[in-house]
Design a protein around this ligand. Structure first.
Ligand code: SAH
Ligand code: SF4
Length: 392
């Protein structure tokens, strides 16, 4: 059962009007903020220092009002507030699962809605971030893929999801306090709605802010970008973003993968795995995660497991087995537990860690592949989905 625990005291008063990205300081890269400040009239010699000061207020202290930036002169604060704004996405609803998972439905410019999910675990807290409204790809087992309306999120809207979650967790250090050793929000996965590598530039700018020591200061190795396999962009992501990489593999033959992950028709398994082999900094400490959704009778046989370990031979990897999360009208079923265990056993014996991802936040439809905003009800019919999956 989902509950609605009280939201942090200051939470309701944070400005959340529709953002004007030319004025919103959130999401500006160091370079674009420097350019905006120069244009605003900050002398060249001061620009770098001001960028650092502003970033510390915005991303290390979570300040939402210029007036709270106490190391800036009052006149400057007033002038800044006339030219700029500090805006986050608006929270439409927040649901908290019995297991502590929090799902946020957020409204962004244009009245669109996206979801973000916070998953607390013993040793970490992970925020699952969206990169697009809906998804232009049509993976047949994914609820987001049935959502028609799409636009790319801006860097502000991507970073904004992290800020909103930290606001809600009450995780901004107060004046004079040092940031805590263990952060409630310590990890990011780009596994929410959308294909991050169809929005690479904005994802890059947002993640640079997340990783910067004067920004959100999250370790590069605590951020994982998941892609369905946009091969040319994988190289660019490795060079320009540098986070860990997860690949939605889900099948071991092109025939099956063409149906599950249709982008496979453009970039088949062999090309995808070549791009993985060329990903920078691969090592045991920085392995690629292969995600594999367990669909009953579709991709879960012993032969699949054996093919899987052969395919990825030589790539430092772990395999994430995701029991299929059903959604209304889905044309698949979750594999039985003994089948998942037998599959995992084969993968383990080949030397790969293969944690089975326990579905979290099931009572609030917050699990992988279930995200889909409430307003976008124009879902394809069951027949359409089944036809695309080659099952009709
Ligand atoms: N678009 C990106 C990231 C978002 S999806 C991608 O496809 O990688 C995050 C993960 O959830 C992907 O591995 C996706 O294939 C998986 N997924 C989608 N729908 C699912 C479902 N119904 N059950 C289990 N996993 C699902
Ligand atoms: Fe898009 Fe990823 Fe869902 Fe495929 S699995 S439809 S790429 S969000």
């Amino acid at each position: 059962m989902a509950d609605t625990a009280p939201i942090q005291p200051d939470f309701a008063t944070i400005p959340r009007k529709t953002a004007d990205s030319a004025r919103n300081l959130i999401g500006m890269t160091r370079e674009s903020l420097a350019a905006a400040l120069s244009e605003f009239g900050i002398p060249d010699k001061q620009v770098k220092m001001r960028v650092g000061q502003l970033w510390q207020w915005l991303y290390q202290r979570g300040v939402t009002r210029f007036d709270d930036m106490t190391n800036l002169a009052k006149g400057l604060r007033e002038d800044l507030s006339r030219s700029f704004e500090i805006t986050r996405p608006e929270i439409v609803t927040r649901q908290i699962s019995q297991d502590g998972t929090r799902k946020y439905l957020l409204r962004i410019a244009g009245g669109h809605e996206v979801e973000a999910v916070y998953i607390p675990e013993e040793d970490r807290g992970t925020l699952c971030v969206s990169s697009q409204v809906g998804c232009t790809l049509t993976c047949s087992f994914c609820h987001t893929g049935t959502q028609k309306l799409v636009r790319n999120l801006t860097p502000a809207e991507i970073v904004g999801q992290i800020l909103v979650c930290r606001d809600d967790l009450g995780e901004w250090p107060k004046a004079g306090e040092r940031p805590p050793e263990r952060r409630l929000l310590s990890n990011i996965v780009l596994m929410g709605m959308g294909e991050p590598l169809y929005n690479t530039d904005s994802v890059r700018d947002a993640m640079k802010i997340a990783m910067d020591n004067e920004g959100l200061s999250l370790s590069r190795r605590r951020i994982t970008l998941s892609t369905s396999g946009v091969v040319p962009e994988i190289k660019r992501a490795g060079e320009e973003i540098g986070t860990l990489l997860a690949i939605s593999l889900h099948a071991t033959t092109d025939e099956v993968r063409d149906k599950l992950v249709p982008i496979n028709k453009k970039w088949p398994i062999r090309e995808l795995l070549d791009a993985c082999r060329a990903y920078p900094r691969l090592s045991n400490a920085e392995r690629i995660t292969f995600e594999y959704v367990m669909l009953k009778g579709v991709n879960d046989s012993d032969a699949d497991a054996k093919r899987l370990v052969k395919l990825i031979a030589g790539i430092p990897a772990k395999i994430n087995l995701i029991p299929f999360n059903p959604w209304p009208g889905a044309p698949y079923e979750r594999s039985d537990w003994d089948r998942i265990e037998a599959f995992a056993e084969i993968v383990n014996r080949a030397g790969y860690a293969s944690p089975v991802r326990t579905p979290r936040g099931q009572d609030i439809m917050a699990a992988c592949g279930q995200l889909k905003s409430a307003t976008e009800r124009a879902r394809k019919s069951r027949a359409e989905v089944a036809a695309e999956a080659g099952l009709g």
